[in-house]
Design a protein around this ligand. Structure first.
Ligand code: SF4
Length: 532
């Protein structure tokens, strides 16, 4: 039995009559095309959405947006790769109708439309909401470090700069000693000539000056570190060491694990992210109340309090950061708080009463103590303080205690958190290969990450619904919106068709989705295409 054979290269082929026939009905490019066409790019703020009356005609932003969505969906993120693919990739040739913008035009489009790109991501999230793909009951929040366009060697903190300056001092001293050896005409002359040594000393002095300037800039900025290539990126711990990164945040909904909200920060910790991310997700979902879960890195009293004010019930486990525990002493958990008496009872049975209130790190903190510590037989197990044990309590600590109670009552919600959100970063980093940013500065990486989120959600929605069904739902929604904003005869006909199909679906008949050979209508049929 021979192997499967390809066609002869020199044989005359009968190509399909149109480019459209190369693109199957379930090809995602059909959805990308329809999705971008129904967006109001002018309202979203895209540059050149309306063609200029004079000058050289520009590419329509819709075409470049389609190119980027396709690229991010297919691991093609750099402008040069996208330019190359637009010449040879049949899907892109179809999507762009044989347009082949150069890499500079492609790159400029991304950096000139940062806000609009984020709005497109939000538009797709809202479409998912219209399609009832969000449950709106439970969301999970998590963060991950994505590498910035900044080498570790080009990130400095004061300690690193000090060490580098000391090393330069040592080297200069050593070179000067070798120069002395030349002057003394030492019988064992150094390996380098006097001229070479002087050149190296000069190089080191230049670097010394650069590092001194950096130290001054760092001190003046009030920041703890400085990055030279991407000034907004920060050195962060990534588990296997330290890298210069951004901290990306996502919120996923429990129904289909789709991303509801996202953000990028250069804060290495997640402690200030719980409330903004949960509130952002609640706004998108448009629900009255919401449950939100996150890992212990998000545990922060003020954040939980803000969630409570926004009617968000948080489930965050308590972090184990007690210094007493590390020293083998009783922790605060070994003390029982009585809310009525506002006092703690210690393991020895003594009562620690309220003494005074003060502001520490911006938090109102209450202090508790007892006079019984002086004669306590187990004091060595409790405190190293000669004056006895002191307990502190945040004025709103009951919020954290209630949350701890909730977490203990529903431990399964923490297990669910892992399933809901942790795979997102695995998919982005490994499968989509988006674990690093191509752009520099926070504003640009936010826009870049919104493209990653859009394509991640698009991948999932296609897996859930399939392209034909998604396409039909999109066009249904677009027609309804068009009718509401511009009720004319042409749209009325389409609206009647839409109602007919809707009734068909209600009656459990097969819905007739747009196909290559027998479309009910096309986007341009509905008059929903571009206005420019
Ligand atoms: S040292 Fe003071 S607070 Fe600690 S167990 Fe003894 S009496 Fe209680």
């Amino acid at each position: 039995m021979p192997h499967i054979q390809g066609v002869q290269r020199d044989a005359v082929l009968l190509f399909p009559a149109s480019l459209d026939e190369y693109i199957t009905d379930d090809n995602p490019v059909r959805f990308i095309d329809a999705f971008v066409d129904q967006l109001d790019l002018q309202e979203l703020g895209f540059r050149r959405a309306v063609a200029a009356p004079t000058g050289r005609p520009a590419y329509h932003p819709g075409d470049l947006l389609k190119l980027y969505i396709y690229g991010y969906l297919n691991r093609l993120r750099s402008s040069r790769l996208l330019e190359r693919e637009s010449h040879r990739n049949v899907e892109l040739i179809w999507l762009l109708k044989k347009l082949t913008p150069d890499f500079k035009t492609i790159a400029d489009f991304r950096k000139d439309n940062l806000q609009p790109l984020q709005k497109v991501c939000r538009a797709f999230t809202l479409l998912c909401k219209e399609l009832e793909l969000f449950g709106g009951e439970l969301v999970a929040i998590d963060g991950s470090k994505f590498k910035a366009w900044n080498n570790r060697k080009r990130n400095w903190n004061d300690e690193k700069l000090k060490r580098a300056l000391q090393e330069i001092d040592h080297k200069i001293t050593s070179y000067l000693q070798e120069l002395d050896a030349h002057d003394r005409q030492d019988p064992n002359p150094p390996r380098l000539t006097a001229l070479e040594l002087q050149a190296r000393i000069e190089q080191l002095r230049v670097r010394q000056e650069q590092y001194q300037t950096l130290r001054e800039e760092l001190a003046a900025s009030g920041e703890s570190q400085i990055s030279l290539t991407d000034p907004d990126s920060r050195s962060m711990s990534i588990g296997q060491g330290v890298e210069v990164c951004y901290n990306v945040q996502v919120v996923t909904d429990a129904k289909h694990k789709l991303i509801v909200a996202n953000d990028v920060t250069n804060d290495p910790t997640d402690s200030d992210q719980l409330a903004p991310m949960a509130i952002g997700a609640k706004e998108v979902l448009g629900v009255e109340t919401l449950e939100a879960t996150a890992d212990m890195g998000y545990a922060h009293g003020e954040q939980v309090k803000q969630c409570e004010s926004a009617k968000i019930v948080a489930y965050v486990p308590k972090p184990h950061t007690s210094r007493s525990q590390r020293k083998g002493l009783f922790t605060k958990d070994d003390f029982r708080y009585d809310a009525i008496d506002d006092a703690y009872t210690c393991p020895n049975g003594a009562v620690l009463t309220f003494r005074f209130q003060t502001t520490e790190k911006g938090r109102e903190t209450r202090y508790y103590a007892t006079n019984a510590c002086g004669v306590c037989p187990i004091k060595a197990r409790c405190t190293e303080n000669k004056r006895g044990r002191r307990l502190t309590r945040w004025v709103d600590e009951h919020i954290l205690e209630e949350m701890e109670q909730r977490v203990q009552t529903r431990p399964e919600i923490l297990r669910q958190r892992k399933e809901l959100v942790e795979h997102v970063f695995g998919t982005m980093k490994r499968h989509m290969q988006h674990g690093y940013f191509l752009l520099k500065t926070l504003a640009k990486v936010r826009a870049e990450f919104s493209l990653t989120v859009l394509t991640y959600n698009l991948k999932r929605v296609i897996a859930i619904m399939g392209v034909p069904k998604l396409l039909a739902a999109l066009l249904d929604q677009a027609i309804l919106e068009k009718w509401l904003s511009q009720p004319d005869m042409q749209v009325l006909v389409k609206l009647i068709e839409w109602i007919d199909r809707w009734l068909c679906r209600m009656m459990k008949r097969d819905a007739k989705f747009p196909t290559r050979t027998s479309r009910v209508f096309t986007h341009s049929d509905a008059g929903l295409g571009r206005t420019a």
